[in-house]
Design a protein around this ligand. Sequence first.
Ligand code: MG
Length: 256
Amino acid sequence: MTNYARFKANGEISYGVVEGDAITKISGSPFQSYDSTNESYSLSDVKLLSPTNPRKVVAIGLNYKSHLGGKPGPAAPEPFLKASTSVIGNGDEIVIPKAAIEEKVKIQPEAELAVVIGKECKGANQGNALDYVFAYTCGNDVSARDWQQNDLQWTRAKSSDTFAPIGPWMTTDLDPTNLQVICRVNGDEKQNQNTSDLLHPLVKIIEYVSAVITLNQGDVIMTGTPGTPGDIFPGDTVEVEVSGIGTLTNPVIAQN
Ligand code: MG
């Protein structure tokens, strides 16, 4: 198990390996072969960035029974896209768009296990799907509910800038079928469920999506959210914790 973070220190962006409260810079990217360096920092002295810069984020809707409000689940995974421009990292602000504030749109976080793709993937099957996974991270599929219900597409609801926090780092060698996914708003627990309850498991998601979409190195799959997340407002702090990885923390502000 290795934790890889992308970070900024002394004006320079690098990848590093996180151990405890320290981060040690590596040369190059963890997606390729790399060398360790002797350059180490305290985590509190660096700015963590999103652990990957995905070309796309594929998110899966309606993938926990507890999130369906009594309705039947979809027979197949239900993918949608989040724009790469919606991605932010740990500590970055979730900015509620001015239009959403004016229209009093309900904004909710969605705690999810997020998966980082390691190599180009097209036509995977459930037997080899995990060969394409590099690591796992905490994901927050921030959602503007009224837009989700009333717009023809989910684009504004799911892809507004800052609506895809991921981080704080990505962790290799986890069992994606047994991870606890937790959401807290201002310290109050709102969601808490295990990925063993996913209606469509990760291997099926990868098979289904890669049948039609090429997944690229660094792309992210958000696997769905459990339960009924509460609303968030400017001034709140949202945490997404996934067991074995860590906690992704983001403050919420209003666009001014
Ligand atoms: Mg979601």
